[in-house]
Every structure is written in structure tokens, then in C-alpha cells.
Design a protein around this ligand. Sequence first.
Ligand code: MSP
Length: 671
Amino acid sequence: MEKKPKPPFYVTTPIYYVNDVPHIGHAYTTIIADALARFMKMSGREVFFLTGTDEHGQKVEKAAAERGLDPRAWADKVVVRFHDLWKALDCEPDFFIRTTMEFHERGVQKLFQKLLAQGDIYKGEYKGWYCISDESFLTEDVAVEKDGTKICPDCGRKAAVVAEETYFFRLSAYQQKLLDHYAAHPSFVRPQSRMNEVASFVRGGLRDLSITRTTVKWGVPVPDDPAHTIYVWFDALHNYVTGIGYDWDLARFEKFWPASLHLIGKDILRFHAVFWPAFLLASGLPLPECVFGHGWWLKDEAKMSKSKGNVLDPYVLIKALGPDALRYFLLREVPIGLDGNFSHEGFIHRVNSDLANDLGNLVSRTLTMIGNYFQGAIESPAPEEDADTAVRWAFDEMKERAFAHYESYAPNKALEEIWSLITIVNKYLADNAPWKLAKDPALRPRLARVLFQAAAVIRGVTPLIAPIMPGSAQKIWDFLGEPGAVQDVRFDSLSFDDFKLGRTMKEPTPLFPRVDLKAFLADEAGTPKEKTMDETKSEAIPAPVPAPAQASVAAPASKPEPKTNIVTYDEFAKMDLRVAHVVEAVKVEGAKKLLKLKIDLGTEQRQIVAGVAETYTPEQLVGKKFIVIVNLQPAVIRGVESQGMLLAATVDNKASIPFFEPDVPTGAKVK
Ligand code: MSP
């Protein structure tokens, strides 16, 4: 039977504002997109991966003015930073769009004109609050502060009042159509929790959207009415169609549109899951398949931002270890939909344990032994015994599962599968001790078999890690004596039997040297930071520390506690606090302070991670009862999912838990 050709895969990242230097948060989205693009290519799909920069709007206009520069000159300067970073991280977009490109501006104007002509855009008067930092209009329900200002609920900065003639987009007309689309395509927004959030926002009612400004000059002019500049988000969102040829390379546009995946941070969900599909519905263009809102990388439990001074410079993290360690860590540590708290300890621990120990050792000892015992080319292996066949089967099963996880955008799970196999093979080598077999010439065929199985797994696993760690995978490929590029392998045909006898392997050089945490931290502290664009001076007030997204008392902030804000009773009542009973407790490997607890809530059991290991041993906690917040957004801490947070006092950096008497019922509500 003839195989159906696979559909093309079109993946995008947000286009990044050119108001400052890129940080780990920007790198995260682009690395996910790059890894998925590579995977899909190796799956035999035709792929287009688009990223770029958002260069118009008030925010960029202001950043340039503060430096006495023309916005275009400023954008030209900053855009280089993004190009350089993607290169340093081995991210290879098929195209890098800048919204100042002429074809993009033309495309935006054309679509604007179409909507105007058909009545979806009309002229009126806008008066309301505007957040320059997020380039977004605030809704009526955002409260006015005592000093008469409004604070943007997303970024915590002061908003300004704008009152001007404007063109509106008739968003209200698309409320039902959007709801119908969500209902018919439940995976339109992922993860599911975000789909619910979006649908409930839309159900709450949509007001028409102001989409032009007369006070902002830096942008695409409204055709035939140049006093108006098109709103930066209307402009920017259309990069997803102009970037693949809308109106200038229709063959390519038709091949790749609609997008398979818009990867975005959860901060810009509404723009992508409400405004963007509404614009597309109005233009008569098909809607993208999926908008995936990934979580944030936090530092010290707060979203990274220059004003908080907690941004992580990707160059510092790749200096010692190269891009692959960072790519691996970011994709392995946290499922794409959840927040993660970045810690240098966690990063180094993972790199040492997964990359240097597990993968690095497997490759180096297998190939070194093949070099020493067989001059690089295995010959005449004995037939497979049961333990050998088990390795082959483990490979086949892993391949299927890892593949399915990649396909469903869960690279962390794909890597988990691959690493379970690596653990199996390391154990297989320890059990079969080829170094002992080598001592007896009569056992040479058996020695050949054991090393063959290990090398065949390495040969099979290498293409599967290539999307995440392209450079290291290619290195292993070369060690194996495989010709060409590992990324040219096609997964459809990937098999254990691809490892052929007679191929001469090379002596491996170290793939991932072990990193000493202390030396790394000392070096990091001493590294001159990548020259930053001088700081954007905004009228920023310190952003509020977000509600803890991390279920932990693991990392008590070293900074002073934020001012206590008054909460209303209704706000407090949203917290679901319960009496939990500890069923199991174990240490989290490599994390001094953390315990993984299985807790019973009466109606269900859950896993939480708690930073109490310095005060309590696992045995002391089993059977204990304490208070847990059960409706906190799940988070991943050191690679372990936490579905709640226990309450404890922190005294001298150590946790102290208030326990209940044993007769208090498990699951009882705490008010
Ligand atoms: N220009 C708009 C997007 C327009 S898309 C049509 C914008 N740009 S941005 O420079 O602010 O970049 C936002 C994106 O950067 C986020 O959506 C997310 O993808 C990424 N991140 C920025 N900080 C982040 C973290 N701390 N963690 C993870 N990703 C974050 O918004």
C-alpha cells in the first residue's frame, strides 16, 4: 500500500521585541521550536521554522528615543543579538522575519484594507488605559489605584491614559465563532488548562479592539490615512502569514499555512488565542492547529525581568558546557506547559548526572572497549542470549514511546524514555562485565556480542537525541564511524539492526566533562556579562512578586520579603487548604533540601515536593498530618512534579511544619 505523505509542519516562536538583549526566556521558546522542527524533519515532514523580531510600537520607539537613536537604527543594532544567540544555541530557523521588512508591512496593510472594506474595521474614538511595556489595552475591570493610575495586571507597570481617534476591529462579532472553534478543536490551545482560561475569557464578552494609534509614529501606516499607525499587535501577529509568503510567495504560503504550532509564553496567550484567530476568521484564512502556551522560567521564584535584575544570560550558561547541555536541561527539566525555577545547582546536577555520567560514560566506555579489544571494529559476535534480546526489545519499545512523546510536544518525556534505556544498557554492561570477558580468549565471541548490543543502542539512540542536542549527536555519530549527518536519518526506518558489523569506530573524545559546581559558580560570578544594551529606562514600578507558582518551601528567598498585601476574604477563600496525610516520603536525588511526598487527601493521592529535608527525615514525616494548598498550579522542581504545597514556617532557613493530631480527618478543609 502506498504511504500517505506526511503533512508539512510549520512552527513559529513569538517575534521578540527589540528593546533589549535576549535572555534565557527568549532562548527557551526558540530552543523548543528548533528541537521540534528538527524532530519533525527527521520524521519525514517538510518543515518550516519561523522566528524573528517585533520592531514597531511605542516600546521600541521609546527605547530608541532614550538613546537618542532612530528606531530603525536601534532595531538594526539589537537584531544582531538575536541572530548571534540563535547561532550560539544551534537554533536554525528557516527564516528570520523583521516586522520592518517591506513585504511584511505591505501584507499587513493589505489585510487591514480588506477588513476595512468589508466593515470588520471601522473608525471611532478610544479612551482608556494602555500599558506601553506590554503594548496592550487594559480592560475596564482593572481597578484604579489610590493615586489615580492603573497598574497593568500582567507586568505590574503603570499604565497611561490614551484618548484618540482610532480604527476599531469588530472583535465582538467573533465571540461566538471563536467559542465554536474552541469547542470543535479542543487542542487549539494547549495545555488544556489554558484552553479553559481562554474560553472563559471569551465567554465573558469581547469588546471591539482599538487597532490604530495616532500618537505613535513608529509602525505601519494605515493605508490612505497615514496619521494613524497600525497597532503593534495587529502588525506583529501577521508575521506568521507574511513570514511564509503571504502575498509574495503564495506557493509557499499555501503549502505551510495554517501553522501547525504557534509556540508562545503563557504571557501572550490572549493575543494568540483570541485576537489572532479573530483576525484570521475575518480575513477568511484558516486557523492554526495549535497555540501552545509554555510556562515561564523563574529565577528566585519570580519571572525574569531586567527591572528585577534576575535575568539569566544564556552565554554565561553555555560558556563552560556548550549549547547542548542548556538545550537538554531546559527541555528535560520541565514539561513545556509548566513553570520551572532555574537553579544553577539543578542545572549542573542534571548535566553531571544525565550527560556526563549516564550518556557520556556509556559512549566512552563502549567505544573505548571496542577500540581496545577489537581495534575499533567488532567481529563475529556470539548469538543473542536472553539478556541481549531484552536490550534489543527495550530499544524497540523506547523508540515507539519516545517518538509518540515528541509528536505530542512532550520532549521531556521523550528524553525520560531515552534515559531509561541508557540506564538499562549501563546496567547490562555492569552485569555482563565485558572487561572480565576480555580476559579469556575463549569468550571473545561473547565479548563481541555484549559490545555489539551496547553499540547498537548508541547507534539507535543518537538520532533520537539529535533534535535536542544536535552537536553532541553528530559527535557520537562520527565516533561510530557513520558517514554523513545524523540529522539526515529518517525515523521511519530507524532500527536496532542499523548497527552494522565491520564499521570501524573512532576513539571517542570526552562528550560532556563533569562540571564542578563550586568552580562553575565562581566562574559565573566572575564572568563579565555579555555586554548589555544599556537598560531600558521605563517608569517601571517594581513588579509584584507573582503568587508562588512553585510548590515548595525549598528555596526561601534570600531577598527581603515583599510587602504584605492585604487580601480580601474572597481572595483568601479561593485557596483550597486541606489536611493531608503523608503516605510515603523519599529524598529528591541531588537536592539537599527536598523531599518527595505522596500525600493522601481523603479523596485522592498526590505527589508534592517540599523543602523540608534539612529538618525532617522521610521516616519522620510518614504518617504525619499537616496543611496543604491543593489548588495551586502544579510545578516541576528539580525534575519532579509537585501538585500542591505544604505550609511551614521558615526559621533560620529551616522549615518547621505545624502538625495536626492523628484524629483530625484526612482531607478536612482548613479555613
Ligand atoms: N513581541 C511580542 C510577541 C509578538 S508575537 C506575534 C513579545 N515579545 S517579547 O520579547 O516580550 O517575548 C515574549 C516571549 O519570550 C514570551 O512569550 C516567551 O515566549 C518568551 N519569554 C520571555 N520571558 C520568559 C521567561 N521568563 N520564561 C519563558 N519564556 C519567556 O511579547
